[in-house]
Write a protein that binds this ligand. Sequence first.
Ligand code: TXA
Ligand code: MG
Length: 319
Amino acid sequence: MNYTTQTGPDTLIAANFLKLGEVVGIPTETVYGLAGNGLDKDTVLKIFNAKNRPHFDPLILHLGSIDRLTEYTRNIPPIALQLAEKFWPGPLTLLLPKKDIVPDLVTSGLDTVAVRVPNHPLALQLLALLDFPLAAPSANPFGYISPTTAQHVYAQLQGKIPYILDGGPCGIGVESTIVGFENNNAIVYRLGGISVEDIEAITGPVQVQISSSNPTAPGMLKSHYAPKKPLIVGEVNTLLNMFADRKTGVINLDKKVGGATEQIQLSPTGDLNEAAKNLFAAMRHLDASDVDIILADIFPETGLGRAINDRLKRAAAEE
Ligand code: TXA
Ligand code: MG
């Protein structure tokens, strides 16, 4: 189906489309999502199709509040509840045993479902208008950089969805942190908007299990978040010397460098939260500019720096 895609801040319009079984772009604090009724198999299928997403990559269910959690999940470990109470609404996704009401297509047949309560005023307003949870992957074509503005969504999905709810630029800028459980122990499967340090403050030391072919998080493929231009991660001044004959676009934290065709400092004050917020827009900007190659610095491995390094590494991976 070919739509005339409208963009606007009207949660009633978005809610009406969603009640009709349509798929709409929605803002969250992390990245924009491509949302639909998460209890309706046909709508979930539309989400996969609009994104060209393989069905083996499960979706996150977005809930309006923590009170809805037991409608969709069961056997919730106490530590999961503690994390939810601390960080929801917020950029934390929990993997919990699913109830039968959640379609198998949402979870790619897994026995667990990913759930979170997003921390964005329009997303919460929208969810309050609905009696179903929203299944929503990031609103980018499969494998490309996640969108952090309504314009990013429009550029790639216009014609494929009827409406994009515009909530302005996302405040966090990288996807949610994904945490699963073995017995009552938390395991981090995707680095994201809540730092490992903040999680460990609640849980004590956690295992971080990030791999390119993680069967527990099948979507964590290496080539995720990739721009179309080659992106290389390393010490930026060394890279600039290596590629002195090319038009280079540099992404780094706070230092001015010489010799780049274009440079984006993600946070002139060295703030890793601000850097995360600006990361994906910077990658998109350089991808669309006339540089030949994108050179990205290695960020400090602390706070959201870990999620930034993770996304850059994936963006740099060939396949
Ligand atoms: O911040 C976010 O999480 C954004 C916004 C829109 O909420 N959403 C997002 O969704 O990043 P998506 O679909 O791009 O990434 C969800 C990830 C995928 O890597 C998927 O494999 C993993 O969550 N996932 C979902 N359900 C899972 C499950 N039951 N077990 C393991 N991994 C799961
Ligand atoms: Mg995604």
